[in-house]
Design a protein around this ligand. Structure first.
Ligand code: HEC
Ligand code: HEC
Ligand code: HEC
Ligand code: HEC
Ligand code: HEC
Ligand code: HEC
Ligand code: HEC
Ligand code: HEC
Length: 356
């Protein structure tokens, strides 16, 4: 692994004084120094019952040399990661499923178990009602508000100026070039959050170039908090959208409230435009009755209904028909957020059915 901080390990071992400090600060922490031969494995992060918003959970485990030869990580009884430990700390990111994740870490040496621990993480979602509220006893944990001197041995914990590089939707192509060359070396956040930009296929511009501090505030409480409503953050860069939508007669419910991140991940997501769900599923998630097949025609003409998916979009060539073929997800000057400049339903039909 070509990893800069890895080099430091060979000549940096904390002295006895550092160990004392560590012990004073952290009850769960077993000091790596002196524990290098057959010492005790210990979970450094996270604590049990944390609430998460993004689908990856960072985990760090101290594994003194010789204490284990195989580590298995399971999530809800599914084996997801196997590690052959070769570091005194093994750090990895666990992909989470929505809702409850029971994460179990098992370590073995010469075929017999030497460590077995279980903790829980709840991946919540504003979008989906059944995952909106974490169970009793679960809470957010703010890693960056805690003291983790043991991590600083190998990672840089103090942000640098270039973690906030200017990145506008217009200059993005140039920034991307920057990414391919120097980003991974210059970003402070990269060493721990690196999977954030590679786990999901659709990555948001500023995340792709590791401009994390464009949104996260260094001197906020908790540290790295993001301003609310989302529009206060999103519109600093998406100025065209801001101006365009502000001039419209109607804005869509969640947009009116400034909740951009209810549909778009600020970081990365499985669907185009960094959406949490494919467009049709996204809309029906909140407008369930429109997924019944009765929409448009069925509502008013009591016929079989109008297709809302599974057909080619006659206007946006190459795309599939979805709810967004007729409705603008953000704003419009026309009734029902129609995506076309039309005032009547008949004109709307004619945008796609030229002959009718
Ligand atoms: C002994 C050195 C060392 C210490 C101490 C250490 N790390 Fe790491 N960490 C690494 C190395 C090396 C990597 C790169 C991962 C690899 O090469 O497999 C890494 C990677 C990571 C990652 C990214 C994992 C991934 O695969 O996405 C996270 C998260 C992380 N460390 C968190 C922590 C935290 C939190 C602490 C303190 C509790 C910590 N580390 C302490 C050496 C260390
Ligand atoms: C030593 C590794 C490490 C480094 C370096 C690091 N983080 Fe983190 N960060 C973590 C861990 C561990 C968590 C908690 C677990 C998780 O969210 O997966 C976390 C959580 C967060 C959170 C959620 C709030 C919190 O405090 O738990 C934010 C926001 C965040 N990091 C931003 C950043 C930014 C921005 C940078 C770069 C300036 C950065 N981190 C650098 C390890 C690190
Ligand atoms: C466009 C704004 C934006 C950018 C850029 C951004 N974040 Fe975030 N981040 C947010 C918002 C908003 C949240 C609040 C929770 C959410 O909706 O995911 C958040 C939450 C987080 C969390 C906590 C996730 C959790 O599971 O609770 C972490 C970790 C994090 N960000 C790390 C980063 C890192 C690392 C970068 C740079 C690669 C970054 N962020 C870039 C807006 C941003
Ligand atoms: C620091 C500047 C910055 C901030 C803040 C920012 N964005 Fe972006 N956004 C970008 C860049 C750069 C791109 C990439 C443009 C490209 O791909 O050419 C982008 C792309 C997007 C895209 C995808 C557009 C496409 O055509 O694929 C969406 C959706 C988006 N941003 C939503 C948001 C939301 C929601 C927020 C607030 C949570 C936000 N952005 C905050 C800079 C920013
Ligand atoms: C109800 C869900 C939803 C909300 C809320 C939402 N968006 Fe979108 N957004 C979408 C969908 C769906 C698309 C893709 C549209 C398409 O397929 O043409 C999109 C596309 C975009 C794009 C790229 C295309 C364009 O129109 O420029 C940007 C940028 C964007 N959204 C930013 C934002 C910002 C900023 C906010 C908050 C003010 C926001 N979105 C709120 C659903 C949403
Ligand atoms: C997070 C929930 C949510 C999502 C996702 C969502 N909507 Fe909405 N939508 C609302 C809310 C809230 C309103 C306002 C309700 C009201 O005023 O009665 C609304 C209103 C509307 C209206 C306007 C009703 C009218 O006649 O003025 C249309 C059209 C609409 N949504 C279409 C969509 C489409 C298309 C999508 C997918 C791109 C979508 N919605 C996704 C919550 C959502
Ligand atoms: C072929 C165009 C078209 C498509 C596709 C379409 N709609 Fe509509 N939608 C309309 C029209 C026309 C209206 C006006 C109300 C009516 O007469 O049915 C409307 C009205 C609405 C309204 C507001 C009125 C009400 O009854 O609450 C919502 C919300 C809505 N649509 C959501 C959706 C969702 C969600 C989808 C995707 C499942 C979708 N639409 C797909 C044309 C369309
Ligand atoms: C965004 C484009 C779009 C709009 C706007 C639209 N339709 Fe359609 N419509 C389609 C597509 C695509 C099909 C499926 C055609 C196929 O099966 O190949 C369809 C199918 C139909 C059908 C089934 C018969 C046929 O031609 O295949 C009827 C009837 C229909 N539409 C009526 C309407 C009416 C009435 C309106 C206005 C309320 C309307 N449409 C608005 C795209 C649209």
């Amino acid at each position: 692994m070509t990893y800069v901080t890895k080099l430091k390990l060979t000549f940096l071992t904390p002295g006895p004084l550092a160990c004392l400090v560590f012990l004073a600060v952290l009850t769960i922490f077993s000091c790596p120094a002196g524990a290098d031969n057959g010492g005790v494995i210990a979970l450094q992060y996270p604590p049990d019952k944390v609430v998460k918003e993004f689908g990856l959970l960072n985990v760090s485990l101290s594994v003194p040399a010789g204490s284990a030869d195989r580590i298995t990580v399971r999530d809800n009884d599914r084996e997801i990661i196997t590690i052959v430990p070769d570091e005194k700390f093994e750090c990895f990111a666990v992909p989470l499923v929505l809702g409850m994740n029971e994460i179990r870490i098992i370590a073995e040496r010469d075929g017999s178990g030497v460590y077995d621990t279980v903790f829980h993480a709840y991946l919540r979602s504003d979008l989906e009602a059944r995952y909106r509220t974490a169970p009793e006893g679960f809470r957010k944990d703010y890693f960056h508000d805690g003291a983790y001197p043991q991590c600083a041995e190998c990672h840089i914990l103090v942000p640098r100026e270039h973690d906030k590089k200017p990145v506008s939707p217009d200059s993005f192509i140039a920034e991307r070039f920057d990414k391919d060359t120097v980003i991974s070396v210059t970003s402070t956040c990269y060493s721990c959050h690196r999977k954030m930009a590679s786990y999901y296929p659709y990555v948001h511009g500023p995340v792709a170039v590791w401009s994390c501090l464009s949104c996260h505030e260094v001197s906020s409480t908790p540290k790295y908090a993001v301003k609310k409503p989302d529009t206060d953050v999103c519109f600093t860069c998406h100025v065209d959208q801001k101006n365009n939508w502000a001039g419209k007669k109607v804005t869509h419910g969640p947009v009116t409230l400034g909740n951009c991140a209810i549909c778009h991940s600020p970081h990365a997501a499985p669907y185009p435009f960094n959406l949490y769900k494919a467009t049709w599923d996204l809309c029906v998630n909140c407008h369930a009755e429109k997924g019944s097949g009765k929409h448009v025609l069925g509502d008013s003409f009591s016929t079989a209904g109008h297709p809302t998916r599974g057909k080619a979009d006659p206007v946006k060539i190459g795309k599939e028909l979805t709810c967004a073929s007729c409705h603008d997800p953000h704003a419009s000057n026309y009734p029902h957020l129609w995506a076309f400049d039309v005032d009547s339903i008949f004109e709307l039909c004619r945008k796609c059915h030229y002959d009718k």
